[in-house]
Ligand binder design. Structure first.
Ligand code: IVH
Length: 738
């Protein structure tokens, strides 16, 4: 079962309701605070805002919603206004939001700082902004103020430096003064002009926003979720996995993460777009008005948001704001407000800046898209890896022009923390315009509330036991082989190169066989022959080629037939039991030799304290957590049925006795850390080669492998005159480099 795209992965970093709740607590009127309280709160706010800035700008992993962040800054400004003498040296109002550049990119200093914008939250704020301009410039009431209105896109702002008409450098905003040099990444953007048609100034900094559309984001989100789950499964199976996969929470997050890749080839694959909207340093003036400047940008080949508009007077702002509010949900990209910029650049120059923001521009934000509705049910979705994710089903409610029925609840701890119960009225928010989430329960103290939610004991997709291993946040279905939600993933794993190695059975073919109802469990693969005719009728499966009929079906059936006698270790690995990766499968195969012996031992091991359980747990490298996973697999009778069914089709070859070698029968101690492999891998290999791995050094020890920072064991080995091996000696002896 695939997750519908509206539902985010349970694995994405949650923007929790914490910050929002903290904001509610901070409702006290600043005027009612004592000086001491105010000072303490300013200190706390400076820390919280700085931490949020770093999380957002440097790690692309926001820890609070934009609305909560804005609320913190507003609160900070309000307290400072009331207690100006308490304003701190590190006051957030003095610095542009941002964070110093992260390691990994060269630094790039902007010729003109990249500042931020003050916010307006309603018509009054906007009127005050315009009045301030009039006051500052000493303009009479009849003087018309024209503003350019530009939708404010939620993306990542960039500074683009052009010299002699050529793009020479591009940077993120960073802390406003120094950003990260992301020139190579920016060069992969189709919408970035690499040269400007003349005339152009000798040097100019052009600023704009890099972003991802909502549709591109959804597709990217789904793909990253798939990769994340695949990696999780491999990791749980004990396989080596590469770098962590980030699942972005919203389009801004996705754009920022994509642009801040150390490898531009990764950026190039991401669907990033660019709108230009501002200027930094310029060696000569390029326009007299901002609208004129936008025209120059268009002439130079930049994309300028087509919704940008020169308004006839300041009164037109409210209408534009309302219009964008209505259009918002239908736009291809997220906007969180409208930026209004005074059109005349000579006035802009006179107005200048105050603190972190210009006096001539303001960002009129949309109200946070919050709605309240009733929670009808909490349903469970089963992911491809068996993770059970709770999802809220609500009375449909419009949030920002989109009808929302479902919201993510992330995991059971989150439900407990927010104490969300069926029947509650809940506050809902669409974060980044795409993913709805429940913020909090409205009136949690009302009498007659429902009962706290209880997590399921069984998988809703297949009825197998659902367990939540100690120390983990996710509950999982144990019916790996038979759970319809997990079948496709299991089959892909089963057929993979390092598992059963069935040629031609990649993701797409597995998905098709499953979709057409021909294959549900691994055993079904071996019963495909009579279905060959039906398969040939599928587009692309039996089409004629120049040389005659396509041999796709024949080749696939042949590849499957060729795997009826796999090695026991491949077979065990292919079953996809949690934590049974290639190494552990090898250990089991070596220990039990035949599939029958293994099967019998696993059945017996279901009894806690049994001899079989003890024996399983004491296999070197297996340990209690892995033993537990095996036992859980066998505790589900339908897994056993599926296994037995598979064994009617497949006959695993008994594992060979360990070849006699330098290590067989020897006792080995590892000490210190190894650089090229984990301790677990080293120990497993020693076992496979017939050695006994022991923990302490004694006269009976044959070899002591000494890594870096080895302690007393190495000293003792030397004292006893034992054979000491370096990591390189060990690699050679164990045949790693053969
Ligand atoms: S003008 C001093 N124009 O909003 C001028 N900014 O809160 C500052 N943004 O860092 C920027 N759309 O990331 C400007 N049309 C627009 C914008 C825009 C989005 C972002 C930008 C900036 C932030 C300021």
């Amino acid at each position: 079962m695939r997750r519908p795209p509206e539902t985010p992965s349970a694995d994405e970093p949650a923007i929790t309701g914490e910050a929002v709740r903290a904001d509610h607590l901070r409702a006290a009127d600043p005027a009612s605070l004592t000086e001491e309280e105010a000072a303490a709160e300013l200190a706390a706010l400076a820390g919280e805002i700085a931490a949020a800035d770093i999380a957002y700008h440097q790690h692309d992993a926001p820890v609070m919603t934009d609305a909560a962040y804005d609320a913190l800054r507003r609160r900070n400004a309000a307290i400072e206004a009331r207690f100006p003498e308490l304003k701190r040296g590190d006051s957030p109002t003095e610095a542009a939001p941002g964070a110093p550049p992260a390691a990994g990119f060269a630094k790039s200093r902007h010729f003109t700082p990249m500042l931020s914008l003050d916010n307006a939250f309603g018509a009054e704020d906007f009127a005050e902004f315009a009045a301030r301009i009039r006051r500052f410039l000493g303009l009479p009431a009849e003087e018309v103020l024209r503003f350019v209105a530009e939708p404010k896109i939620d993306g990542l702002s960039v500074n683009l430096l052009y010299e002699a008409g050529r793009f020479v450098r591009g940077a993120t905003r960073g802390d406003g003064t120094v950003g990260e040099d992301i020139t190579r990444n920016l060069l992969t953007l189709d919408e970035l002009p690499q040269t400007l048609p003349a005339p152009y100034p000798a040097r100019i900094e052009i600023r704009g926003e890099v972003f991802m559309t909502k549709a591109e984001f959804l597709a990217f989100h789904a793909e990253q979720t798939r990769l994340f789950e695949e990696r999780e499964r491999r990791r749980e199976a004990g396989e080596r996995v590469g770098e962590a996969i980030r699942v972005p929470v919203n389009p801004r997050n996705a754009a920022a993460g994509s642009l801040r890749q150390l490898d531009p080839a990764v950026t190039a694959k991401r669907p990033l777009r660019l709108f230009a909207y501002a200027q930094g340093e310029s060696s000569e003036p390029v326009a007299e008005t901002h609208s004129g400047y936008l025209q120059r940008l268009r002439d130079w080949g930049f994309q300028v948001n087509p919704l940008s508009r020169l308004l006839p007077d300041e009164a037109a702002a409210a209408g534009f704001q309302a219009e964008m509010g209505r259009e918002r949900s239908g736009l291809a990209y997220d906007i969180d407000g409208v930026v209004y910029k005074l059109d005349r650049l000579d006035w802009q120059a006179r107005l200048g800046f105050v603190g972190r923001a210009p006096r001539w521009a303001i960002a009129w934000k949309f109200p946070a898209e919050v709605a309240t509705t009733r929670l009808l049910a909490i349903e469970i979705q089963v992911g491809r890896t068996g993770a059970l994710t709770p999802r809220a089903v609500m009375e449909p409610v419009g949030v920002g022009g989109v009808l929302v029925r479902h919201a993510t609840l992330h995991n059971e701890d989150e439900i407990a923390r927010k104490d969300v119960r069926v029947g509650d009225t809940v506050e809902l928010q669409r974060a980044g315009d795409v993913i709805p989430q429940i913020l909090c329960v409205v009136d949690p103290d009302r009498p007659g509330r429902g009962v706290p939610w209880v997590p399921p004991t069984h998988c809703p997709a297949c009825g197998s036991h659902a367990v939540r291993p100690e120390g983990e946040v996710v509950r999982r279905c144990t019916g790996g082989l038979i759970c319809p939600a997990q079948q496709v993933e299991r089959l892909i794993h089963f057929a993979a190169r390092n598992a059963m190695d069935i040629d031609g059975l990649g993701i797409e073919n597995v998905e098709q066989l499953h979709r057409e109802g021909l294959v549900a469990t691994p055993a079904d693969l071996f019963r495909l022959a009579p279905k060959a005719e039906a398969m040939r009728a599928w587009p692309g499966w039996g089409a004629k080629t120049k040389g005659g009929a396509s041999r796709k079906v024949e080749n696939l059936l042949k590849a499957i037939e060729a795997r009826r006698r796999p090695s026991l270790e491949r077979f065990l690995f292919a079953l996809g039991i949690r934590r049974i990766g290639e190494q552990n499968a090898k250990l089991l195969a070596r220990h039990y030799h035949t599939v029958e012996a293994w099967r019998e031992a696993m059945l017996a091991a279901r009894v806690v304290g049994s001899e079989a359980r003890e024996a399983l747990g004491s296999i070197q490298g297996i340990g209690p957590a892995i033993a537990q996973e095996l036992v859980e697999f066998f505790a589900e009778p339908r897994n056993l049925d599926a296994l037995d069914d598979l064994l009617t089709e497949v006959t695993p070859e008994p594992a060979e006795a360990v070849a006699e070698g330098v290590l067989s029968g020897k006792s080995v101690v590892f000490t210190g850390s190894l650089e090229t492999m984990t301790r677990q891998e080293a120990e497993a290999r020693a076992e496979v080669l017939g050695a006994k791995v022991v923990k302490s050094v004694s006269k009976k020890t044959d070899f002591v492998v000494v890594g870096t920072d080895a302690g007393s064991k190495a000293t003792k080995a030397a004292e006893l005159g034992l054979r000491v091996l370096s990591e390189a000696d060990w690699r050679e002896m164990a045949g790693f480099d053969a």
